[in-house]
Write a protein that binds this ligand. Structure first.
Ligand code: HEC
Length: 187
């Protein structure tokens, strides 16, 4: 192959690659911090909760439009739609008929925000605004008598909520736990 032919071939190989890189850079737009935040779970204790606020009264309205048909008018659940109860069952976990709900079971209030924001409504996940999610959290927690529902809910208020079953969990599970901890605090 002559030098000129080799140079032309090299140029042909390089050029398409360079133009592909150029066009890659033009795809999409830069994400805003709040959009990126949606990819990360909100930590127990509320780390990562976004800005926004909502009241229990506002939450009732959103609930009655977007949630009640699967979770029941009084958050009691709706078997026909496979929607679990969201309130009630407090103190039932150690009985013959345990009812696991947000009120009776969930150890962290921040998980409620994370879960609703990410996964609900079941048929339209990701469609709620942060204000709507704070309002729904306020409504669900006040229906379960975890909070009184008068104070608007936001990141600060939510991170201070103590759930009724907060101390009902062990730190880890299974017989392996001792082995994992061996390096830290002895077998
Ligand atoms: C089309 C039915 C449907 C709608 C509408 C719906 N949900 Fe759900 N929801 C479900 C189902 C089904 C589950 C259980 C999902 C699972 O366990 O994987 C669930 C689970 C939940 C849970 C977790 C309960 C638990 O103890 O595990 C919460 C909280 C919740 N939904 C809140 C809401 C809120 C708030 C709305 C309204 C914005 C809503 N849901 C709308 C069907 C629905």
């Amino acid at each position: 192959m002559s030098r000129i032919a080799a140079a032309v071939l090299a140029a042909c190989l390089v050029l398409p690659a360079a133009s592909a890189q150029e066009s890659d850079r033009e795809i999409g737009t830069a994400l805003k911090p709040e959009e990126i935040a949606r990819f990360f779970a909100i930590q127990p204790g509320g780390i990562g909760l976004p800005a926004g606020r909502g009241t229990a009264d506002e939450g009732r309205e959103v609930y009655n439009q977007k949630c009640f048909y699967c979770h029941g008018e009084k958050l009691e659940g709706n078997r026909d739609m496979a929607g679990p109860a969201l309130a009630g069952g407090r103190g039932s976990l150690a009985t013959d008929k345990p009812l696991k709900t947000v009120e009776s079971y969930w150890p962290q209030a921040s998980t409620l925000f994370d879960y609703i924001w990410r996964a609900m409504p079941f048929d339209q996940p990701g469609s709620l605004t942060t204000d709507e999610v704070y309002a729904l959290v306020a409504y669900i927690l006040s229906t379960g008598n975890v909070i009184d529902g008068k104070q608007p809910m936001d990141a600060k208020v939510l991170s201070r909520v103590t759930m009724p079953n907060a101390n009902g969990f062990y730190d880890g599970s299974g017989p392996d736990l001792r082995i994992y901890r061996a390096g830290r605090d002895g077998p």
